[in-house]
Design a protein around this ligand. Structure first.
Ligand code: PLP
Length: 406
């Protein structure tokens, strides 16, 4: 006799692995206004509109790799030539040997491997607020996150006093995202030195999410955290996704910046962890030296000029809208906009504001909460066309003028 199955249960690990951004784009079904063409300023994916194509050198490197790679299992933490190329490409971070590099399937995988190597269930790690969706892969491991505040009034610098007050005897690492998502922050050298001094005083390693390395607007200086750290060990995570405009390629890496041998075990731990899924895609590893060496500087310069143009344009247009307060970004590809909710009594939250914006104006943006743990704000992406920036700002103006009670 066949017996009926009961519902199969899932693990806490699966239940707690929630990505609020994907949840909104994949599950939130709000119908846009059929009379207006949708403009989506949601996902940080520059490939959507065709205006930010990847480097030509990357396409030829990949085509060549498809012909010549034998698709082997490589050393799980990455083929030597690929790690050597990453070490060379990242020398602005300090002196790096290929031995210090661990390849991963994208930067999020690099971050996950790093945090899970440093932190046990029951312990905690500091993350920014507002923040990228670090909790997606931390919560499921029963690791606690404690959020330190970024201050929009101070170009999103960290509130270091509040940050330090979060640290306890179970804190194992500080995640710093610079240049940052969703804020577009880029910390000054002085501020980074203050962060490093705090980490040194409290004896904590820094996990530096530098997926937006060099990704700053004209006139802004970018400093990698490791390049300024004498004594604090830094684990820097980056990859191809954003700087080379190929998020789907899934190639990232960790660079272990040891100080005085304190990361010996961590490096071995990271290699152990990389063996869990036997390393990232071999063909992209094969192409990596060519991609990193042959992409011309002007590719990056052109890209940043376009994004910076969009940032200025959006900032100027949004500044004039009653009830909105854009915060000027210094890098990456996003802008945060404060919604003065007291002027919009119809809406209880930024989520309700952004949902109604879809229904009326067909403009899709991410609300600060639940997406970035930052109520009262919304985030837009800047890798759309300038026409889309103008049209979406025009519609935002109409929306705010309709709903604001001044
Ligand atoms: C996009 C992004 C990542 C993840 O990059 P992948 O290489 O696509 O995994 C990590 N951190 C931040 C801040 C990002 O914006």
């Amino acid at each position: 006799m066949a017996r009926n199955f009961g519902k199969i249960k899932i693990s806490d690990y699966a239940r707690l692995s929630i990505n609020p951004l994907r949840k909104i784009t994949q599950e939130q079904k709000i119908d846009p206004n059929p009379a207006k063409r949708s403009i989506t300023l949601q996902l940080g994916d520059p490939t959507i509109f065709g205006n930010f194509p990847p480097p030509v050198a990357l396409i030829s490197a990949l085509s060549n790799a498809v012909v010549h790679d034998k698709f082997p299992y490589n050393i799980s933490y990455g083929k030597f030539e690929a790690r050597q190329a990453v070490a060379e490409y990242s020398k602005h971070q300090g002196e790096i040997s290929p031995d210090d590099v661990i390849l991963s399937s994208g930067c999020s995988h690099a971050l996950e491997m790093t945090v899970l190597t440093l932190v046990q269930p029951g312990e905690n790690v500091l993350i920014p607020r507002p923040s990228y969706n670090y909790k997606t892969w931390i919560d499921g491991m029963k690791i606690e996150t404690k959020a330190y505040n970024l201050d929009p009034e101070k170009s999103w610098d960290i509130d270091l006093v509040q940050m330090e007050s979060l640290i306890d005897d179970k804190t194992r690492a500080i995640i710093i995202n610079n240049p940052g998502n969703p804020c577009g922050n880029c910390f000054s050298k002085e501020h980074i030195l203050e962060i490093i001094a705090l980490a040194e005083r409290r004896q904590l390693p820094i996990v530096a999410d530098e997926i937006y390395e060099h990704f700053v607007f004209p006139g802004i200086e970018y400093h990698s955290i490791s390049s300024l750290s004498k004594n604090v060990p830094v684990l820097t995570c980056s990859g191809l996704s954003k700087r080379f405009l190929v998020p789907g390629i899934r190639m990232g890496w960790i660079i272990v910046h040891d100080r005085n041998g304190v990361l010996d075990e961590v490096k071995q731990g990271l290699r152990n962890v990389s063996a869990r899924i036997l390393g990232p895609n071999s063909t992209v590893q094969y192409a990596l030296p060519d991609i990193l060496q042959n992409t011309p500087q002007r590719f990056f310069v052109n890209k940043m000029m376009k994004i910076s143009y969009n940032a200025d344009l959006a900032y100027e247009l949004l500044s004039k809208i009653p009830g909105l307060k854009p915060i000027k970004p210094r890098g990456s590809m996003y802008m945060m906009i404060q919604i003065e909710l007291d002027k919009f009594p119809e809406f209880q939250s930024c989520l309700e504001f952004t949902q109604q914006l879809i229904r009326e104006q067909s403009v899709l943006v991410f609300p600060g909460h639940p997406c970035f743990n930052y109520p009262g704000f919304m985030r837009i992406v800047l890798t759309v066309t300038d026409g889309m920036i103008k049209e979406s700002c025009r519609r935002l103006k109409e929306f705010c003028e309709t709903h604001a009670k001044l």
